[in-house]
Design a protein around this ligand. Structure first.
Ligand code: PLP
Length: 407
């Protein structure tokens, strides 16, 4: 008799976006003439940069020729892209990353979800709250948690991100093995300073822990003092794996391309207490379970680093950051405490009431859809997330409606 993986049965069904969709549908049924503006889901709305499209087309044409055709590529990614990543995203910022430490993939979601496979079931996991749900759910699936009780899984060390710590969690008081950090943060839009990140790196080094640093929103950083990569911090190469994505930086959510950096110095321990390098383990996993990102997509990603691609991506992100600034200014003017929106596409707003209550209020009074913070963890209760991923015109109209409804 085949048994299912019982750990899957512990998972809480993610009702967040389906609940939002249901409430929006009910509202639209009740008010057929009223247009709804969606500032909820974190998907980009602008088209791909022209430099990427041009490279994409060119690569597709190559695939149609005998000389240019390519079959299976290297699972880790083509050298042209790995070299461009190491040079532009890291060495240009003074962070040492070699091309062969870069693993190109089809998404940071898969990578942040799959990486835990390399570590023992007994590993103690520290996860921020609120958080991008993938980190937590993949550890539940792997059996690293107990049951779900009072809004939390047993066995997880939750790192509270609250107004008291400016949405940057404090170091855990107990021993942990694997630490998830995400900056600029989804959902709060908060950022981490060089000093704070140094504290985390030092903690990981002292306690022989490993940091999984999700920098999917790195391209939104505009403050020159903020670190873009954890490898800008001395000593991080031994204790940190970093995840990046072209989804939000170049509009690749539907095109799919991302990468993970596993430095050669990164280690964990075997049962006998000997250090084992993580790089060969991730390489083995990647090559066994993944067959590479398509050639045209990798060429499109490479075009992000061309002078035209850089200018176009900067303009794309500047547009979203402008929207985020409008959201933050409007909500602040209305008297709500806000975080994010300056180096991130998300604004995290203290609604001063139940998250879903504020969601309903914005929908009914303003016809604007947000994401209730409670959907991202217990510490998200009382907050909502507004996303800058929409047109400027829609954001202006949404804020005007909110002003009229709540002002
Ligand atoms: N990491 C964070 C923090 C995210 O918010 C997202 C997407 O919303 C991802 C990773 C997923 O990125 P990708 O589209 O590369 O899978």
């Amino acid at each position: 008799m085949l048994q299912v993986n019982e750990h899957y049965l512990k998972l809480q069904a993610s009702y967040l976006f389906s609940d939002i969709a249901k409430r929006v549908a009910a509202f639209q049924d009740a008010h057929p003439g009223r247009e709804v503006i969606k500032l909820g889901i974190g998907d980009v709305t602008n088209p791909l940069p022209p430099a990427c499209i041009e490279a994409f087309h060119k690569a597709v044409d190559e695939m149609g020729t005998v000389a240019g055709f390519r079959g299976y590529g290297p699972e880790q990614g083509y050298d042209f892209l790995r070299e461009a990543i190491a040079a532009h995203d890291f060495r240009a910022r003074g962070a040492l990353v070699e091309a062969d430490e870069v693993f190109v993939s089809d998404g940071a979601k898969c990578d942040t979800g799959n990486i835990q496979e390399l570590f023992s079931t007994g590993a103690k996991i520290a996860i921020p709250d609120p958080v991008y749900p993938v980190y937590l759910d993949t550890n539940v699936m792997a059996g690293r948690t107990g049951v779900y009780r009072d809004g939390r899984y047993e066995g997880i060390v939750y790192l509270d991100s609250t107004r008291a710590n400016n949405f940057v969690p404090e170091l855990p008081r107990e021993e942990v093995d694997l630490i998830y950090l995400c900056f600029p943060n989804n959902p709060t839009g908060s950022t981490i300073s060089r000093e704070q990140l140094t504290t985390w790196v030092d903690f990981a080094r002292d306690s022989r822990a490993l940091i999984l640093f999700d920098a999917a929103y790195e391209a939104f950083i505009r403050d020159p003092d903020l670190p873009h990569s954890i490898y800008e911090i001395p000593g991080a190469r031994e204790v940190a794996i970093e995840f990046r994505s072209y989804s939000k930086s170049a509009g690749f959510t539907g095109t799919r391309c991302a990468y993970t950096v596993v430095p050669r110095e990164c280690t964990a321990f075997d049962a006998a207490g000997n250090r084992q390098a993580i790089h060969p383990l991730w390489n083995r996993r990647h090559c066994t379970k993944f067959n590479g990102v398509s050639y045209p997509v990798q060429r499109a990603a490479e075009a992000v680093y061309s002078p035209a691609g850089q200018a176009q991506c900067t303009a794309l992100i500047d547009g979203y950051l402008h929207n985020a600034g409008l959201i933050r200014a409007a909500m602040t003017e209305l008297g709500y405490a806000c975080v994010g929106g300056d180096n991130a596409p998300y604004v995290w707003i203290d609604g001063g009431r139940d998250s879903w209550g504020f969601f309903d209020l914005l929908l009914e009074k303003a016809g604007v859809v947000c994401t209730p913070g409670a959907g991202f963890g217990r510490c998200g209760q009382g907050y909502i997330r507004l996303s800058a991923f929409n047109s400027e015109a829609n954001v202006i109209r949404a804020m005007e409606r909110i002003r009229q409804a709540l002002g």
